[in-house]
Ligand binder design. Structure first.
Ligand SMILES: *Cc1c(COP(=O)(O)O)cnc(C)c1O
Length: 374
């Protein structure tokens, strides 16, 4: 498959462009410190992981073995009950969250979904797809769900079983809704019929390595958890992991003769390459390597917060967060550094590949643009 020269030039220009813009990308929660070139030979196969990764499939060009290892690794990090969990590699946390909400709806068809104002924009869309009743709960200034508002709202809607959509790491402020606190609110109100989904898109990659860890996992009370693979771990193709209690999934699977497997996933054909990427990262880093990466990123976030303050820019971050929030700088700075903004704030996310020099340069740019203020 050779290209005409002009098309090759177009690709070359695109490559140069990517190298350039990657150097100033510090606003999104995606790690760049990976090298998966050893996996290039696998691009010569039409890998397809259709169906359930735990069930044999007629089409043999699948990477289900690797996919199972990947989800097992995260099941262990998320303290899933032995042999009573299930999961698969998704296209990302939007799909993982859709899956969690879908399970919740099948289990509690009359349920109401509670989610905070600071939830990811895709949550509203997922609720619309699934046509689920929902109530938005206030957030506290740090981005965490307002437990008082949640308690009051649950109290007056006791007729419908609650489905809690918890954020462990909100998109803008990396605030973590405490699943332990949520569970005790439900217990206090004697609400037994309930479901808790945990959106751990970014933080699921390292929550287990934090000290103390946030309350986010199965032992803390989650029924399902979504994690993105391209965020903390890092991947050239968006992907993720969804985990759920197995009994919930058994309610929705149907056998499909055409693929010789069980249809437990959202997509039909599924990416067989991303499980290889995730597997490669997990095996090459190991838990020790991951611990080092998060420790490095946390040091960087502390450095960034301190440097912003030295420069008279009111920056802050949640405890043990990689996300440093600061007043929205002028547009030219936001554009150059690809900074997301909402409600007058922007953020820098100290992913493992970010360098101190980039932070220093960003702060210099904000000052030059007159964006520093007390
Ligand atoms: C990124 C993110 C998502 C969406 O995840 P994708 O993998 O991009 O689909 C959902 N929730 C939160 C909190 C996120 O940060």
């Amino acid at each position: 498959m050779l290209l005409p020269r002009t098309d090759q030039m177009q690709l070359d220009r695109f490559y140069d462009y990517l190298e350039k813009v990657a150097a100033t990308e510090i606003g999104y929660p995606v790690a760049f410190d990976f090298d998966y070139s050893a996996l290039a030979p696998f691009l010569s196969f039409s890998l397809n992981n259709a169906g359930d990764p735990f069930t044999p499939m007629t089409y043999l060009l699948n990477s289900h073995d690797f996919e199972r290892e990947v989800v097992s690794f995260y099941a262990q990090l998320a303290r899933a009950p032995d042999d009573k969990w299930w999961g698969y590699v998704t296209n990302g946390s939007t799909e993982g969250n859709l899956y969690g909400l879908y399970l919740a709806r099948e289990l509690l068809p009359d349920g109401i979904v509670y989610f905070s104002q600071d939830s990811h924009y895709s949550v509203g869309k997922n609720l619309h797809f699934l046509n689920m009743r929902h109530i938005m709960i206030r957030s506290k200034p740090n981005g965490e769900i307002d437990y008082d508002d949640l308690r009051e709202t649950l109290r007056i809607r006791r007729d419908a079983p609650p489905i809690i959509f918890a954020n462990v790491g909100t998109t803008m402020k990396e605030a973590r809704d405490d699943i332990g606190v949520i569970r005790s609110i439900l217990d206090d109100l004697a609400i037994e019929n309930r479901y808790i989904h945990c959106d751990a898109a970014l933080c699921g990659g390292y929550a287990a390595f934090l000290d103390p860890p946030p309350a986010w996992d199965f032992e803390d009370g989650a029924d399902s958890i979504a994690i993105s693979g391209h965020k903390f771990l890092g991947s050239p193709i968006p992907c993720g992991i969804v985990l759920a209690r197995r009994s919930h999934v058994e309610r929705i699977g149907h056998s499909v003769a055409y693929i010789g497997s069980v249809d437990t996933t959202i997509s039909g054909s599924r990416n067989g390459f991303t499980p290889l990427l995730l597997w490669y990262a997990i095996r090459s880093l190991g838990q020790e390597g991951m611990k080092k990466r998060i420790a490095h990123s946390l040091r960087l976030a502390a450095y960034a917060e301190a440097e912003f303050r030295k420069a008279d820019i009111e920056a802050w971050r949640n405890p043990q967060a990689l996300t440093v929030v600061f007043p929205e700088p002028p547009k030219e700075v936001r554009d150059n550094w690809q900074l997301a903004s909402a409600g007058g704030s922007s953020h820098l996310i100290c992913m493992p590949h970010i360098q101190r020099e980039q932070i220093d340069e960003l702060i210099g740019d904000i000052r030059k643009a007159g964006g520093a203020r007390k």
